[in-house]
Structure formats: structure tokens, C-alpha cells
Design a protein around this ligand. Structure first.
Ligand SMILES: Cc1ncc(COP(=O)(O)O)c(C=O)c1O
Length: 387
């Protein structure tokens, strides 16, 4: 059991009323452990991708970790970190001029996605001091340089190699320094593709430097790590050895969201009522898809619901009053959406009591940040920080 889970259980036992539910519980020590574990496994810089979790209180408590940089994808995310003097990267194919202006003003490194963004950047030449940029390469470039590279799902991010060549020329013609390039092949792609990508990247570096006529300074190899990369059987030693082939003058970064945040976050909701419809048991909670969209699994064709831990509470009923149940009990939320099913308890014999807590683990990445807006004007989840 993790240190933070022990703490949460203890805090609940001492006084369940301290938790206003539904809420997220984010563990500072969990983020620390995840970040340092992955960084050590990689042996490179590790940039935090803010989209996974932008809880400001957590960011304040964990900011000291993210010295290699934080990557943002919108002006809203940029505003959360704009005031600090930490390293910032911004990347979005639909960046507008206002966002670019804000990025330049906050000294963020712009990761150029396309030719229009370069034209936009051109409008600031001579008017504002411009940081060197990175180019975002589409993952198809890996295959351009290494046809046997594993296939990854195609997407609309970054440039193909022909576009990159035009952009490199434009940068030279306009005296814009290109620091290097950025690749991101999609979530959960690391294990399958990491080794081949390095081989392709060595060739890309060569061509980049040839086109620019000067050495590049950094590359970001993206990530695509799963929730707990340290548990995979990927050979990180071999990977680190392969990375040694990248010329020494180039700083190497990776970028992660879920691997840093997922296991450091919990979602807690309380049982409001329990009921039976014919043979089916339901646990009605005070939180649902409105506060934690991902638990409803609406994006999965086969929905395997998460099973929470039950934190008992004697506030409302004694154990003797608990209703019995059989088979699987679904945990449902507060909206009128039929898909508002956020969990299940398999093989239930005694139903939880009204007031009991349902604690879902692995809710630190995207569960909050990817959740819907204002449907039914239901309340947002609270967020608490635990050690
Ligand atoms: C460019 C970029 N970097 C990093 C991430 C973070 O991905 P993950 O949370 O899977 O590590 C994403 C996710 O969409 C991304 O688009």
C-alpha cells in the first residue's frame, strides 16, 4: 500500500467529514516518486505535460521537480505558469497570434507545428526578442528515415519531412534559430517504438544540422509512457545505452503526463443511496461523469469499470442496516445520462452504506482535466493535496 493511500485512509477514519465529496486527492510524494523514477530510468531531461493535470495547488507543491520544463498546449495552460521563471514549451497546431504573443512574452519556447505558424512568428521579428524554436515533426518522419520503423497511428500534429525542409530553409532565410525538434508518437507508444525511433532520430539530427548549417541544441523524443513505466518489462538499460549514440552537444528530453500523475491521484465520492432494479444492484454516488468523465469509459468500446475501495463510515447507518446485494453492483453518478456509470463492485454481498466513501485509484491524469464542462450545472469536484 502506498504512503499516500495510508494517509487518506487514516484521514477518513479520523474524520470523514473533512472530505467534501466528490473530490480528487493528489499526492505530492506520489508525483515526486513517479517523476524521479521515470527520469532515472530514462537518464534524460523530463518535461511535464501539463494537460494531464493542471491543479494549481499541486503544481505549486511539485513545481520544484519540473526544472526541465513544463509543456502547455493553450493560452489557458500558459497563464497558469506564465508568471514563474521556469522553462516552458508551448505546442498546438491551432495556435493563434494572441497565444503566440503571450508565449513570446512569457519566454516560452514555441514548438512550431506548421508553416503558417512560422509566418505568424515572422511578424514578431524585430519587434520582440524571440527564443530559438523547436520544430514538431510528425511521426511519419520516422518512417521517412527508417522505413522499417513500427507503424503508429497517423495524426495531424507537426510536419512531414518535405515541410520540415521548407521550414528549415525559411528559418535560415529569416535568421530564426532552430534549437532542434520535438516528436510525440501518441500515448502508450513508448514500449513498442522507442528503440527504433532513436535509430531514425540519429539520421534526422544529421539532416537537420546539414540544412541549418549549425549544430542543434536539443531534441524532445516525446514519450507515450504508460501509467507506471517502471512496471513494464521494457529494457531501460539498453535504451539508455542507445541514447549515448546521440551526439553529446544535444540535450535530450522526454515528455510525460500520465506516468507522472496517474497513480498519484485518487477520486473520492460518497454513497448517496443504494437500490435494486429487479436483479441489478445500483450504488448511487454524489459524483459521476460530470466530475470524472474518464471513469465512465464512454470512449472504450468494451467498458471494464474500475472497482473502488470502500471507506466505511458510521455516520449514517450501522453495519447491521446494510442492504445485501448479489453479483455486480454498478456505481452511478448524478446526471441524467444513462452512461453515467463510473464503477462497479464485482461479487458484492453486502452493499455499502449511505455515507460510505468510494475511493478510486489511478485518477491523477486526465480524469479531472478531461472532464466535461457545465452539464446540468452540477458542481465541480474539490481537490485536496495530501503528502
Ligand atoms: C505533445 C504531447 N506531449 C505529451 C503528452 C502527454 O501524454 P501522456 O500523458 O500519455 O504522457 C501529450 C498527450 O496528448 C501530447 O500530445
Amino acid at each position: 500500500m502506498t504512503h499516500s493511500l495510508d494517509n487518506i485512509k487514516l484521514m477518513w477514519r479520523e474524520e470523514p467529514r473533512n472530505f467534501q465529496t466528490p473530490c480528487y486527492l493528489y499526492s505530492v510524494s506520489g508525483v515526486e516518486k513517479n517523476f524521479l523514477t521515470l527520469k532515472n530510468l530514462l537518464g534524460t531531461n523530463l518535461v511535464y505535460s501539463l494537460k494531464a493535470n493542471h491543479c494549481v495547488d499541486l503544481l505549486v507543491r511539485c513545481g520544484h521537480l519540473f526544472t526541465d520544463g513544463i509543456e502547455v498546449a493553450s493560452v489557458g495552460e500558459l497563464n497558469l505558469i506564465a508568471g514563474g521563471d521556469g522553462v516552458k514549451f508551448i505546442n498546438n497546431p491551432s495556435m493563434d497570434k494572441q497565444t503566440m504573443r503571450a508565449a513570446i512574452g512569457s519566454k516560452a519556447t514555441i514548438i512550431i507545428d506548421n508553416e503558417q505558424q512560422l509566418d505568424m512568428l515572422g511578424e514578431f521579428i524585430g519587434k520582440r526578442p524571440l527564443n530559438p524554436v523547436l520544430f514538431r515533426l510528425n511521426s511519419c518522419v520516422l518512417k521517412t528515415f527508417m522505413p522499417e520503423h513500427e507503424s503508429v497511428r497517423s495524426d495531424h500534429f507537426g510536419m512531414d519531412w518535405e515541410t520540415a525542409k521548407r521550414c528549415l530553409k525559411w528559418a535560415n532565410d529569416n535568421n530564426i534559430e532552430v534549437q532542434g525538434f520535438h516528436l510525440f508518437k501518441g500515448s502508450n507508444t513508448f514500449v513498442k517504438t522507442a528503440m527504433s525511433s532513436v535509430t531514425a532520430v540519429l539520421k534526422i539530427i544529421y539532416e537537420f544540422e546539414k540544412s541549418l548549417g549549425y549544430p542543434i541544441k536539443m531534441i524532445n523524443l516525446g514519450g507515450g509512457f504508460d501509467n507506471q513505466p517502471e512496471l513494464s518489462d521494457f529494457d531501460f538499460d539498453a535504451y539508455r545505452n542507445l541514447l549515448q549514440e546521440i551526439p553529446e552537444h544535444i540535450e535530450i528530453s522526454h515528455e510525460a503526463g500520465r506516468a507522472i500523475m496517474a497513480s498519484a491521484g485518487y477520486f473520492l465520492t460518497r454513497v448517496r443511496s443504494v437500490k435494486q432494479i429487479e436483479d441489478q444492484s445500483y450504488i448511487i454516488a454524489d459524483g459521476g461523469m460530470k466530475q470524472n468523465f474518464l471513469l465512465a469509459k464512454t470512449e472504450n468500446s468494451f467498458r471494464r469499470y474500475e472497482e473502488p475501495m470502500i471507506l466505511t463510515s458510521n455516520d449514517y447507518e450501522s453495519d447491521n442496516d446494510k442492504e445485501t446485494g448479489t453479483g455486480k453492483a454498478y456505481i452511478v453518478g448524478t446526471s441524467c445520462n444513462r452512461d453515467d456509470v463510473i464503477g462497479a463492485i464485482n461479487n458484492i454481498s453486502v452493499m455499502p452504506a449511505v455515507g460510505d466513501g468510494l475511493l478510486f485509484s489511478h485518477c491523477g491524469a486526465y480524469n479531472e482535466s478531461y472532464t466535461l464542462g457545465d452539464f446540468l450545472s452540477l458542481p465541480k469536484a474539490q481537490a485536496y493535496i495530501v503528502e
